[in-house]
Write a protein that binds this ligand. Structure first.
Ligand code: FES
Length: 212
């Protein structure tokens, strides 16, 4: 006899069906929310990872002016600044990069990265002694950038330059580091005469108990 009431089995089945559809709905909702959160997080992460490469490719070998030639008297070495094109406007002063400009004569220049070739400390030019000296570990370089003494194994890094009209321009876009030296095209040049010590050239230890 049908009394209009569901049997306990039917009620249980309805309850299970309702629970199951609610669980399915919540599962789909969580998938949707996870997807949305993932997309929100992925955009800046992908931008962070790919941004420098994209910018680097865009600004590699871009030419930047260091100012008029009259800023650099012949026979002198002067500090100059340029804005790194890879930086953004909110990088502030960290985007300003100093370099040493040596005007040999006329349109003949040398433009040195300020970073020591050892571990990158900023080197200073001392006009009286005609040496670049590094405050960190005592590295010294001659006026033409060749290594003079101390831990650096090579001369100073040089920027490529050209004179356009009355302006001195240099090729920039990457920080000159030992790690990037080989990957820059064309490379920041190594000063002629500077060289790495090979295993054979390295000084042998001298002490009473040392062999050789
Ligand atoms: Fe210049 Fe070490 S960083 S000598």
């Amino acid at each position: 006899m049908n009394t209009g009431e569901n049997s306990p089995q039917t009620e249980m089945a309805n309850k299970n069906a309702s629970l199951s559809s609610r669980r399915t709905f919540l599962f789909k909702l969580s998938l949707l929310l996870n997807g949305a959160v993932g997309a929100v997080l992925a955009v800046p992460i992908i931008g962070y990872l790919l941004g420098p490469a994209a910018k680097g490719a865009r600004y590699n070998n871009s030419w930047i002016t260091l100012g008029p030639l009259s800023n650099f008297p012949e026979g002198e070495t002067r500090l100059a600044n340029f804005r790194n094109p890879v930086t953004t406007s909110w990088d502030g002063q960290t985007g300003d990069i100093p370099c040493w400009v040596r005007r040999i004569s006329g349109t003949s220049f040398q433009v040195f990265a300020i970073n020591c070739a050892h571990l990158g400390c900023p080197v200073r030019w001392f006009a009286q002694s005609k040496l670049f000296l590094c405050p960190c570990h005592g590295g010294a370089y001659y006026a033409d950038g060749r290594r003079a003494s101390g831990p650096p194994e090579r001369g100073m890094f040089e920027y490529e330059y050209k004179v356009v009209g009355d302006e001195l321009m240099i090729s920039v876009g990457k920080m000159p580091t030992l790690a990037e030296e080989a990957s820059i095209s064309p490379p920041l040049t190594q000063i002629a005469g500077a060289h790495r010590l090979s295993a054979l050239e390295k000084p042998k230890p001298r002490c009473g108990s040392c062999p050789g």
